[in-house]
Design a binder for this molecule. Sequence first.
Ligand code: PGA
Length: 252
Amino acid sequence: MNRRKILVANWKMYKTGAETLLFFEELKSLLPQKTSVEMVVAPPFTSLEAASKLSKSCGVKLSAQNMHWEEKGAFTGEISASMLKALFCEYVILGHSERRHIFHETDQEIHSKIKAALQHDLKIILCVGENLEERESNQTSSVLEKQLLSGLSGVSKAQLSQWVIAYEPVWAIGTGKVAEPAQAEEAHRFIRRKIWDTYDMDVAAALPILYGGSVKAENFKAISSQPNVDGALVGGASLQAKSFIEILKQMT
Ligand code: PGA
């Protein structure tokens, strides 16, 4: 099965608008002539507009890192799906572990965001992953299943065809501790199997599943060559155009 390969940069709370422009200028000079990998950058909200000026000429799509489920209203500090669409966002990352753990987002809240994103035709990058304690007590599969099924509830097969799932073991995010290729493959296979059981083989076979957690060029080749790994969601190593492109090179 020839699945889409995707590389996503999650900048978290880094880069002003000016720094964003510099990144894209550098990226442009480093881009390979041709790549079959879909590249997506998720800047902070305040840099989306700057990113939208140059991303297209680099063939890069834009994603938001989060959003609120309401359309509009008295929600100080929040951003809606239609605001993201107005800034040319094609994707939104939902359920990132930093949202789940630092900001205590629940599966229910994430699901409300998913419903709002779907209403606005935003493509969803749903993050799932276990923490260290859960892995060590053999709960990885049950945690993944719970996060996945809660996110997918009420989602049709046609809607799912626009999704990307990111497996991000919490213990590997920003820690320098990357999952073993076999550990990543096992989790990705489990996720694909769950999608198959919940929907069908075709939708499961076509769904891109990305790995995230301390990805850099030096460790990604081995992970990327696993049969169920279709790309990466990269934090730290995506902040420099050069290291981001080095990861891209491991995928082709
Ligand atoms: P990291 O972050 O690559 O810095 O570990 C990954 C992520 O949070 O998506």
